[in-house]
Design a protein around this ligand. Structure first.
Ligand code: HEM
Length: 134
Protein backbone atom coordinates (compact mmCIF):
# COMPACT_ATOMS: atom_id res chain seq x y z
CA UNK A 1 0.00 0.00 0.00
CA UNK A 2 1.28 3.47 -0.90
CA UNK A 3 0.87 4.76 2.68
CA UNK A 4 3.21 2.10 4.04
CA UNK A 5 6.13 3.30 1.93
CA UNK A 6 8.54 5.14 4.23
CA UNK A 7 11.05 7.79 3.28
CA UNK A 8 13.65 5.14 4.05
CA UNK A 9 12.16 2.90 1.35
CA UNK A 10 12.04 5.79 -1.11
CA UNK A 11 15.73 6.50 -0.54
CA UNK A 12 16.71 2.88 -1.08
CA UNK A 13 16.66 1.38 2.41
CA UNK A 14 19.20 0.96 5.20
CA UNK A 15 22.02 0.05 2.86
CA UNK A 16 21.67 3.40 1.07
CA UNK A 17 21.65 5.24 4.40
CA UNK A 18 24.87 3.48 5.43
CA UNK A 19 26.56 4.50 2.15
CA UNK A 20 25.30 8.08 2.55
CA UNK A 21 26.61 8.31 6.13
CA UNK A 22 29.96 6.88 5.11
CA UNK A 23 30.43 9.52 2.38
CA UNK A 24 29.06 12.24 4.67
CA UNK A 25 31.64 11.75 7.46
CA UNK A 26 34.44 11.35 4.92
CA UNK A 27 33.56 14.94 3.97
CA UNK A 28 33.02 16.14 7.56
CA UNK A 29 36.52 15.13 8.66
CA UNK A 30 37.97 17.02 5.67
CA UNK A 31 35.93 20.19 6.37
CA UNK A 32 38.06 22.70 8.20
CA UNK A 33 35.23 24.12 10.32
CA UNK A 34 33.80 20.70 11.31
CA UNK A 35 36.91 18.54 11.64
CA UNK A 36 38.03 20.03 15.00
CA UNK A 37 34.73 18.94 16.59
CA UNK A 38 35.44 15.31 15.65
CA UNK A 39 39.14 15.30 16.49
CA UNK A 40 38.62 13.08 19.55
CA UNK A 41 35.86 10.95 17.99
CA UNK A 42 35.93 7.34 16.93
CA UNK A 43 34.55 8.13 13.49
CA UNK A 44 33.47 4.53 12.86
CA UNK A 45 31.28 4.71 15.97
CA UNK A 46 29.93 8.13 14.92
CA UNK A 47 29.04 6.66 11.50
CA UNK A 48 27.35 3.71 13.17
CA UNK A 49 25.26 5.94 15.46
CA UNK A 50 24.27 8.27 12.62
CA UNK A 51 23.21 5.31 10.46
CA UNK A 52 21.01 4.02 13.28
CA UNK A 53 19.59 7.51 13.85
CA UNK A 54 18.81 8.31 10.22
CA UNK A 55 17.23 4.89 9.70
CA UNK A 56 14.84 5.75 12.51
CA UNK A 57 14.42 9.41 11.45
CA UNK A 58 13.38 8.30 7.95
CA UNK A 59 10.61 6.08 9.28
CA UNK A 60 12.50 2.80 9.55
CA UNK A 61 12.96 0.64 12.65
CA UNK A 62 13.83 2.60 15.86
CA UNK A 63 17.38 1.28 15.99
CA UNK A 64 18.93 4.37 17.59
CA UNK A 65 16.42 4.57 20.45
CA UNK A 66 16.65 0.84 21.14
CA UNK A 67 20.34 1.24 21.87
CA UNK A 68 20.71 4.82 23.15
CA UNK A 69 17.27 5.96 24.30
CA UNK A 70 15.49 9.14 23.26
CA UNK A 71 17.65 10.99 20.70
CA UNK A 72 17.46 14.41 22.50
CA UNK A 73 19.65 15.62 19.67
CA UNK A 74 19.95 19.25 20.65
CA UNK A 75 20.93 18.27 24.19
CA UNK A 76 23.51 15.73 22.95
CA UNK A 77 25.08 18.45 20.79
CA UNK A 78 25.39 21.04 23.59
CA UNK A 79 29.01 20.10 24.44
CA UNK A 80 29.96 21.18 20.91
CA UNK A 81 29.95 24.82 19.75
CA UNK A 82 27.60 24.65 16.76
CA UNK A 83 27.56 27.99 14.97
CA UNK A 84 25.32 28.93 12.02
CA UNK A 85 28.38 28.51 9.76
CA UNK A 86 28.95 24.97 11.05
CA UNK A 87 25.29 24.11 10.44
CA UNK A 88 25.74 25.27 6.82
CA UNK A 89 28.99 23.28 6.53
CA UNK A 90 27.19 20.17 7.88
CA UNK A 91 24.44 20.62 5.28
CA UNK A 92 26.98 21.16 2.49
CA UNK A 93 28.67 17.87 3.46
CA UNK A 94 25.28 16.17 3.36
CA UNK A 95 24.47 17.59 -0.09
CA UNK A 96 27.90 16.45 -1.30
CA UNK A 97 27.36 12.97 0.13
CA UNK A 98 23.97 12.78 -1.61
CA UNK A 99 25.75 13.70 -4.85
CA UNK A 100 28.44 11.07 -4.15
CA UNK A 101 25.89 8.25 -3.97
CA UNK A 102 23.80 9.60 -6.87
CA UNK A 103 20.74 10.40 -4.77
CA UNK A 104 18.47 12.71 -6.77
CA UNK A 105 14.82 13.68 -7.10
CA UNK A 106 11.91 14.50 -4.80
CA UNK A 107 12.89 12.11 -1.97
CA UNK A 108 16.32 13.76 -1.78
CA UNK A 109 14.80 17.23 -1.73
CA UNK A 110 12.32 16.30 0.98
CA UNK A 111 14.91 14.62 3.23
CA UNK A 112 17.36 17.48 2.71
CA UNK A 113 14.65 19.95 3.76
CA UNK A 114 13.99 18.00 6.97
CA UNK A 115 17.72 17.80 7.75
CA UNK A 116 18.04 21.55 7.14
CA UNK A 117 15.47 22.17 9.88
CA UNK A 118 17.25 19.83 12.31
CA UNK A 119 20.67 21.33 11.55
CA UNK A 120 19.41 24.85 12.24
CA UNK A 121 17.83 23.62 15.48
CA UNK A 122 21.29 22.35 16.60
CA UNK A 123 22.81 25.84 16.53
CA UNK A 124 23.81 26.68 20.11
CA UNK A 125 26.63 29.23 19.63
CA UNK A 126 26.92 32.44 17.64
CA UNK A 127 30.00 32.83 15.43
CA UNK A 128 31.77 35.25 17.78
CA UNK A 129 31.34 33.00 20.83
CA UNK A 130 33.04 29.91 19.47
CA UNK A 131 36.42 29.24 21.11
CA UNK A 132 37.38 27.04 18.16
CA UNK A 133 37.10 30.05 15.87
CA UNK A 134 39.64 32.08 17.79
C1 HEM B 1 24.48 21.40 12.60
C2 HEM B 1 25.72 20.93 12.58
C3 HEM B 1 26.13 19.70 13.35
C4 HEM B 1 27.34 19.51 13.92
C5 HEM B 1 28.51 20.50 13.89
C6 HEM B 1 27.31 18.21 14.57
C7 HEM B 1 28.35 17.68 15.31
C8 HEM B 1 28.30 16.52 16.04
C9 HEM B 1 29.33 16.05 16.94
C10 HEM B 1 30.65 16.77 17.21
C11 HEM B 1 28.90 14.89 17.47
C12 HEM B 1 29.63 14.01 18.52
C13 HEM B 1 30.50 12.99 17.84
C14 HEM B 1 31.00 11.97 18.86
O1 HEM B 1 30.20 11.33 19.56
O2 HEM B 1 32.23 11.79 18.96
C15 HEM B 1 27.60 14.61 16.91
C16 HEM B 1 26.84 13.51 17.20
C17 HEM B 1 25.67 13.19 16.58
N1 HEM B 1 25.00 13.96 15.66
FE1 HEM B 1 25.55 15.78 15.03
N2 HEM B 1 26.09 17.63 14.35
C18 HEM B 1 25.33 18.50 13.61
C19 HEM B 1 24.06 18.25 13.15
C20 HEM B 1 23.38 17.06 13.26
C21 HEM B 1 22.13 16.76 12.64
C22 HEM B 1 21.35 17.72 11.72
C23 HEM B 1 21.80 15.49 13.00
C24 HEM B 1 20.63 14.64 12.63
C25 HEM B 1 19.90 14.81 11.56
C26 HEM B 1 22.87 15.00 13.84
C27 HEM B 1 22.91 13.74 14.41
C28 HEM B 1 23.87 13.31 15.29
C29 HEM B 1 23.78 12.03 16.00
C30 HEM B 1 22.66 11.00 15.89
C31 HEM B 1 24.92 11.97 16.82
C32 HEM B 1 25.28 10.86 17.81
C33 HEM B 1 24.68 11.22 19.17
C34 HEM B 1 25.09 10.23 20.23
O3 HEM B 1 26.12 10.43 20.88
O4 HEM B 1 24.38 9.24 20.44
N3 HEM B 1 23.81 15.97 13.98
N4 HEM B 1 27.27 15.61 16.04
Amino acid sequence: MEDDVTLLDRLGGEETVARLVDKFYDRVVRDESLAPLFAASDIREVKRKQTLFLTQFLGGPPRYSEEFGHPMLRYRHLPFPITPARAEAWLACMAGAMDDIGLQGPAREFVYGRLTQVAHHMVNTQEDDSPLDR
